[in-house]
Design a binder for this molecule. Structure first.
Ligand code: T1G
Length: 695
C-alpha cells in the first residue's frame, strides 16, 4: 500500500496522513494513496471513524499543477472525493497550513472539518485561470452560502480558520491536527452525530434561490476588475449552477467549465506565470550552498515618494525599519505622507483601524547618515542623479558596518559606477522598486559585475520577505522593464508623427489588457521629466516639446496628451492636442496617414519582444520567463497573456520577425530589425521557452 499516504489506528480511529512535500499536492500517487487508505478503513470493522490530515508544513495545497496538460492518471480527484463523501463512517479533515484548491475540495468531501488557528482555507483556482474543478463550486456555496463562496472563488483569496468557523466551513478550531482531529471524531461518535454531506444540504442556498440578486450582486462586485479574464465569469457560471440545479447537474456544469478553461491559452499563461514567479527567485549562477546574509536591521535613505513607499513595504511585513533623511523637515514631511497614506487606507476599509499606528510604530525616522551603522541592509532612495548617488554611497561606505548590503533603488543608473566609489563593490547592488513602492510587487535586483552571490541572495530573500516579487537583472540602461518600455515609447511617439492620435494608441494598448496606454502613462508620470532629460541631452522631440512649452505637463497641470477635469484622473481626448500635432507635422512637412489598430498593436508589442531578445542575448536577464515576471508585476501586463515572451511564443517568432522587418523598412528604423536571437529562433522554428531547456 502507498507510503506517500500512511494510516495509523488508535482506539478505533484510523488517521490517514498525506506526506508529499513540499505542499502535499494531489499527485496521482497521493490520490491513489488516499483512495486505498479510505477504502481499507471503511472495510475494516475495527475502524469507527477516520481522520484525514497531512504531514509537513501544510494540508493539501491543491491539485498538482505540474500534471495539467499531461494525460490524466487514475484515480481522478472526483473518485477520491466521492469515496470520502460516500463513506458510511464519519471522516474528519484536520487542517493546518493552507488548504487550497483541490485540498479544500477534498476537505469539503469529508463530513467534518477542524483546523488549527493559523490555518487558511481557499479556492485560488481563478488565479490559475481555472475554476475549482472537484466540486468546490457546488460544495462551498452549500457550506458557507453563495455570497462568501462568490468572494472566495472569484477572488481566489483564502480565509482564516476563525472566519471559516464563523461561516460554518469548519466545525472547530483545534490546537493540534492529529489530536484535535481524533478528539473531534470521538465526539462525533459519542454524540452519534449524523454525517454532514454537503451535497445533500441545500439549506444555505435557500435565500439565493428565493432572490437570485443575492448571487448576481455578489458576482457584479467581484467582476468589476475582471476585464479580459475568462475564469472569473466561468467560476460565477458554475456557482450559479449550484443555485439553479440539483447537485449532480451542477457538478456536470462545473466539469464542463473546468475542461474548457484548462485547455485555454489564458490558463496556460496563468499557470506559466505561477511557476515563472517562483523560478525567478532562484538566482542563476550562484554557487551551490550560498546562503543569504542575516538581516535584522534595515535602513532606508530618503523619505521621499520612493523611500517612503519602501519603508512602508517593510512596515507592512511587520519588519522594523529606520528611515534616514538629511533634514528634519524633509523627514517629518515624509513621515506625514506615510501616516496619511495608512489613514486613507484604513478609512477605505483596506486596513484595520489600528493598523496605521501599528505600522508607523515600526518606522523610526532619524536625521543623519551615521545612523546606518548597525544596519544589515541599507536601501538608498535619494535623488536620481549619479552625482547624488555617488555622494551618498561614498558616505555609506564610511558609516556602514562590514558585510552590510548597500542597495540603490535607482531605476536606470549604472550600479557598477555607483559601486566604484565604495571600497566594498561586492556588497553593492540595485533593488529597483516600482512606484508606488508600497503597492507594486516587482523588485528588480540589479547584479553588479562585482556583486557577491550571498549579497544577491540577501536582496532576493528580503524582497520575498516583504511580499515583493524579485527578479535578478544585469546592469544596462533601464535594466529589463524600463529598457523594454523605452522601445515601446519610442514607437508610440513615432506613431504620432505618422498620423495616430494618443487616444487611438492608448485604446489599442488598453484593449490588449494593459492597465494604461503609453500616453496616459506619460501624463501620470509628468511630461516635464522627459522634457528636462531631452534638454540635458540636446535631443528634440517636436510634439512632446511643444506640449511642454505650452505648459502641458500631464495630470499635474491638468493637461498633457489629454485634458483632465479638476479632481479627476480620467484622460479626456483634447482637440487642442490634435491641433498641436497637426501644426507640428505641417511645420515638419509631414502628412498624417490612416494607421490600423493592428499595426499599432504590433508596433507597441513586437519592439518590446525584440528588446527582450537582446536582453537575453546580453544576459541582462537569465530566462525569458524572468522578463515576463518583470512585465506582469512591474507594469500590469495581463497575467492571462503570460508576459511579452510567452505571448511571442503564442503568436510565433517567425511572423513577429517578419513584421519587425516590415516595419523597419516602412519606418526606415533599423532598430526594428529582428534581434539575432529572435531571428535565429524564428529560422529554427523554435520558441523563447525552448531556451529554458538549454540552447
Ligand atoms: N502543484 C505543484 N507544485 C506546487 C503547487 C501545486 N499546487 N503549489 C506549490 N507548488 C510548488 C511550487 O512551485 C514550489 O516549487 C514549492 O511548491 C513551494 O511553493 C482540482 C484544479 C501553497 C501558498 O493554486 O499558492 O487544485 O519552486 O514557493 O510561498 O480544483 O505554493 O520549490 O520547486 O509557492 O510557501 C490550486 C498554489 C491548484 C495553490 C505555498 N492550488 N500554491 O507558498 O511556497 S489547482 C493553488 C500556492 C486545483 C482543483 C484545482 C503556494 C502555497 P519549487 P511556494 P510558499
Amino acid at each position: 500500500m502507498s507510503e506517500i499516504v500512511k494510516a495509523e489506528h488508535r482506539d478505533g480511529i484510523a488517521t490517514i496522513t498525506v506526506d508529499n512535500p513540499p505542499v502535499n499536492a494531489l499527485s496521482a500517487a497521493v490520490r491513489r494513496g488516499i483512495l486505498e487508505r479510505v477504502n481499507a478503513a471503511v472495510a475494516d470493522s475495527k475502524v469507527q471513524a477516520i481522520v484525514l490530515t497531512c504531514a509537513g508544513r501544510t494540508f493539501i495545497a491543491g491539485a498538482d499543477i505540474t500534471e495539467f496538460g499531461k494525460p490524466p492518471q487514475p484515480p481522478s480527484l472526483h473518485e477520491v472525493i466521492d469515496a470520502l463523501d460516500a463513506s458510511p463512517k464519519p471522516i474528519v479533515a484536520a487542517i493546518h497550513g493552507t488548504a487550497l484548491g483541490g485540498g479544500l475540495e477534498t476537505a469539503l468531501g469529508c463530513h467534518f472539518r477542524v483546523a488549527v488557528k493559523s490555518a487558511k482555507l481557499g479556492l485560488p483556482e481563478v488565479k490559475l485561470g481555472l475554476l475549482p474543478g472537484a466540486g468546490g463550486t457546488q460544495r462551498l456555496p452549500r457550506a458557507v452560502g453563495p455570497e462568501l463562496a462568490v468572494q472566495m472563488i472569484l477572488g481566489g483569496n483564502p480565509i482564516s480558520a476563525a472566519e471559516a468557523l464563523s461561516h460554518g466551513l469548519i466545525d472547530e478550531v483545534v490546537d493540534d491536527t492529529v489530536a484535535g482531529g481524533e478528539a473531534f471524531a470521538r465526539k462525533v461518535l459519542a454524540e452519534q452525530r449524523s454525517l454532514r454531506r454537503l451535497r445533500d444540504d441545500d439549506s444555505k442556498l435557500a435565500a439565493a434561490r428565493a432572490d437570485r440578486s443575492i448571487f448576481t450582486n455578489a458576482v457584479a462586485a467581484m467582476t468589476k476588475k475582471a476585464r479580459g479574464f475568462e475564469a472569473p465569469f466561468a467560476c460565477a457560471d458554475a456557482i450559479g449552477a449550484a443555485i439553479d440545479l440539483p447537485f449532480d447537474e451542477g457538478m456536470k456544469r462545473e466539469r464542463d467549465g473546468f475542461l474548457k478553461l484548462v485547455v485555454g491559452d489564458q490558463s496556460k499563461a496563468q499557470r506559466y506565470a505561477f511557476f515563472a514567479e517562483r523560478e525567478a527567485a532562484k538566482v542563476a549562477g550562484v554557487p551551490e550552498g550560498t546562503k543569504p546574509r542575516p538581516v535584522t536591521k534595515v535602513a532606508v535613505i530618503g523619505a521621499g515618494t520612493m523611500g517612503g513607499g519602501i519603508a512602508m513595504s517593510f512596515a507592512n511585513a511587520g519588519i522594523p525599519v529606520t528611515l534616514i533623511e538629511t533634514g528634519e523637515q524633509t523627514l517629518q514631511r515624509g513621515l506625514g505622507i506615510m501616516q496619511k497614506n495608512y489613514e486613507a487606507s484604513a478609512a477605505r476599509g483596506g486596513l484595520p483601524p489600528d493598523a496605521p499606528a501599528k505600522r508607523m510604530a515600526l518606522i523610526t525616522g532619524v536625521v543623519g547618515l551615521e545612523n546606518v551603522k548597525d544596519a544589515d541592509l541599507i536601501i538608498e532612495a535619494v535623488f536620481e542623479t549619479m552625482a547624488v548617488k555617488k555622494e551618498v554611497f561614498s558616505a555609506l561606505d564610511a558609516y556602514a558596518k562590514p558585510g552590510a548590503v548597500l542597495a540603490s533603488n535607482t531605476s536606470y543608473l549604472n550600479i557598477d559606477a555607483i559601486a566604484s566609489v565604495t571600497k566594498r563593490p561586492q556588497d553593492v547592488l540595485g533593488m529597483h522598486f516600482f512606484s508606488p513602492a508600497n503597492v507594486m510587487k516587482l523588485c528588480e535586483i540589479v547584479r553588479g559585475v562585482q556583486t557577491a552571490p550571498d549579497a544577491l541572495l540577501t536582496a532576493v530573500t528580503v524582497a520575498k520577505a516583504i511580499a515583493k516579487v524579485p527578479v535578478v537583472v544585469g546592469v544596462c540602461d533601464g535594466f529589463v522593464g524600463n529598457r523594454m518600455l523605452a522601445a515601446r515609447s519610442n514607437q508610440a511617439e513615432k506613431l504620432l508623427f505618422e498620423g495616430a492620435l494618443p487616444q487611438q494608441v492608448d485604446a489599442v494598448v488598453t484593449k490588449f489588457g494593459m492597465p494604461m496606454g503609453p500616453f496616459a502613462m506619460g501624463d501620470l508620470a509628468g511630461l516635464d521629466i522627459g522634457w528636462r532629460s531631452r534638454q540635458d541631452r540636446g535631443i528634440k522631440s517636436e510634439i512632446a516639446d511643444a506640449l511642454c512649452e505650452a505648459g502641458r505637463f500631464g495630470q499635474k497641470t491638468g493637461k498633457g496628451y489629454y485634458a483632465y477635469e479638476a479632481g479627476s484622473r480620467a484622460p479626456l481626448p483634447d482637440p487642442e492636442v490634435e491641433t498641436l500635432i497637426n501644426d507640428t507635422l505641417a511645420k515638419l512637412g509631414l502628412k498624417r496617414r490612416e494607421i490600423s489598430d493592428q499595426e499599432i498593436l504590433e508596433r507597441m508589442i513586437y519592439p518590446m519582444i525584440n528588446e527582450g531578445a537582446r536582453i537575453l542575448e546580453e544576459k541582462i536577464a537569465a530566462r525569458p520567463s524572468d522578463i515576463d515576471v518583470v512585465w506582469i508585476y512591474g507594469y500590469g501586463w495581463p497575467v492571462y497573456r503570460g508576459g511579452p515572451m510567452f505571448y511571442a511564443d503564442l503568436v510565433g517568432l517567425k511572423p513577429i520577425a517578419e513584421r519587425l522587418s516590415h516595419y523597419a523598412k516602412q519606418t526606415n528604423d533599423p532598430s526594428l530589425e529582428p534581434a539575432p536571437l529572435l531571428k535565429r529562433l524564428a529560422d529554427e522554428g523554435r520558441t523563447f521557452a525552448s531556451l529554458a531547456k538549454g540552447g
